[in-house]
Design a binder for this molecule. Sequence first.
Ligand code: T1G
Length: 710
Amino acid sequence: MSELVNYTKQGEIGVITIENPPVNALSPGVPEGIAAGIEAAANDSEVKAVVLIGGGRTFIAGADIKEFGKVTSGEKPRFSLNSVLERIENSSKPVVAAIHGTAFGGGLETAMAAHYRVAVLSAQVGQPEVKLGIIPGAGGTQRLPRLAGVAKAVEMCAFGEPIDAKTALSAGILDKIVDGDLLAGAVEFAKNVIGKPAPKTRDRNEKLQDAAANTAIFALAREQARKTRRGQMAPLAAIDAVEAAAKLPFAEGLNREAEIFRVCLFSTQSKALIHAFFGERAVAKIPDIPKETKTYEIQRAAVIGAGTMGGGIAMNYANAGIPVIVKETAQDALDRGMATIRKNYENSVKKGRFSQGVMDQRMALITPQLSYDGFEQADIIVEAVFEGMALKKQIFGEVDAIAKAGCVLASNTSTLDIDEIASATKRPQMVIGHHFFSPANVMRLLEIVRGKATSKEVIQTSMQLAKKLNKIGVLAGNCRGFIGNRMIHCYGREAQFLVEEGAAPEQVDGAIYEFGLAMGPLAMGDLAGLDVGWRIRKEFKHLEKPGVRIPHMADRLCEIGRYGQKTGKGWYKYDAERKSSPDPEVTALIEQVAKEYGIERRAITHEEIIERTIYALVNEGARILEEGIALRAVDIDIVYLNGYGFPAWRGGPMFYADTIGLKHVLAKVEEFEKRHGSDLWAPAPLLRKLAEAGKTFEGWDKERESAAGA
Ligand code: T1G
């Protein structure tokens, strides 16, 4: 065996146990150990059947994703998983896979090469490879249709969602659900199949149906993939592979799958999605805060403000089972806030996300009130009021006098100075930014903003609380706009400049939608409300540098009451169903504004729209890195993937710049600097440094990580 796989016997049943924590990935040594276990069982005349089981918290959760980078940089894979799976399938003694936790990817493929599969009720099985921009590469697209039928196989392989054990049983993937101890149940099952035929999944063709029946399945899946996975290649590739299973003999289908897998593995989309996968986990690592830093127990919460954000934030706590007070200053505002929370939950119940009982439980955890009663027992108080410094400081002064020692004081501010807010309290070390993204109960990103005085315990508590609230917490330094909004400011500025210079609003939004974002910046402004930005600009008017070009259109739209969807018109006009269409009034206003400011209008290309908006993000991102506002380039990517709808298959703005090549990005930034001035486009020194050294942002992260580790 290997130290990652051990082989024992229980009477006439051989037991192969994988011990490769934390998720029993098929890292080098694991497949070889499984093969050796099958060999040992075959050579032991006492053994009549075999159980394959995962040690620790799960069955095999897939191939070791860290190994893919080695393969794509030229290393030859050390073994083919297919050959190991073939040995399992060809074993003369029946092999029973015993599943708990998550049998994902290569894990499910390994289980399907066994002759039987049993699982505990809480187990999940799935082929999530498309979420990494690849497809199942070890027979998943060939064996799954043979066990579960073509339609189920296409759904699981193309969309990557796991299914629970009950669904897997009824689909034919599992043979039995084991109550009680999994190993004991699996050994019992194995004893009952001794001497019975050990069905090879590869030979089970009865569920493959005929071509005609399948044609419709594949056509529908392709149409759905194009709609719900817009721009992504792996879902369509997975459908091709399953189609091969329905058309070709197993061996040929396996070869076809391998060809398709290889194309996907070497694609930029896969590299981007794998970057995002590890990035989501990397952001939790804070270099100057040791893992064992003490944290505060968060068992009771209080939110100030029941508006869109406050209500959503309160829902996050209720969803995590944490009782939460919601305080407003006026009954009608409180009632409106609670009505919105109720409606959100009712929508989820209607969509079958959870039962009415769960909704009632969550609603019962939320206590609406107009006073500070109970705030003295709160472990965390989150301020989520109007984005004005004076009001925030007043509130922090009030709660400072009420909150117990050890209560975390968080602000949901999206741009304001955390240190100034903290100065309104006698406990700045307990003050931190918890910037949620609208809708707060949906968007996974939580920007955690550390002030100068914020304690390590409060930061560590916030990082752990993010996980409990099912958020991805990214630590940001304190500056105007932190990471996300500081960069989006440059991106939105360029979008408006492009409109003033000649591009129609729908041309700007269309180019960015095609690039892969869910919505263009102007439509996004109409959705959020143009008056929000208008108010912030007025708050910061005094900071505007004289002589530096600023966009005018959004202010001009607000001045004539065009706030966006909420007023039925903004950049676009909206019908009763909020469907947008270009508005000639806006076109006329744009031309008038351009004339007033002497802006020469011209034809703008799709390419310039993407470069001016996305490279504005990248250039500002490079500054944010230099200033230490973001710990890593991948942190910036994770902010954009989870807070701004940047397409994950492009990896995020910084990763995308790497794929374009920083030399080219720098050249374009220098060109924009010449045309639009250094105040807006001076290349960030870090961008220049990396570009001129032929390096990447990803490489910069790695260098700093190894220097820190050294
Ligand atoms: N490979 C390498 N490392 C992995 C890993 C994997 N497959 N899965 C998790 N990790 C690391 C993760 O980075 C983290 O590391 C730690 O384990 C705990 O993970 C051949 C080609 C299983 C649901 O896509 O979905 O099989 O940060 O924090 O929340 O056809 O991990 O501690 O250093 O996520 O309990 C298919 C990916 C691969 C599953 C557990 N499989 N993993 O969630 O823990 S491709 C997947 C997950 C494949 C075959 C193809 C989740 C999880 P660190 P975690 P968790």
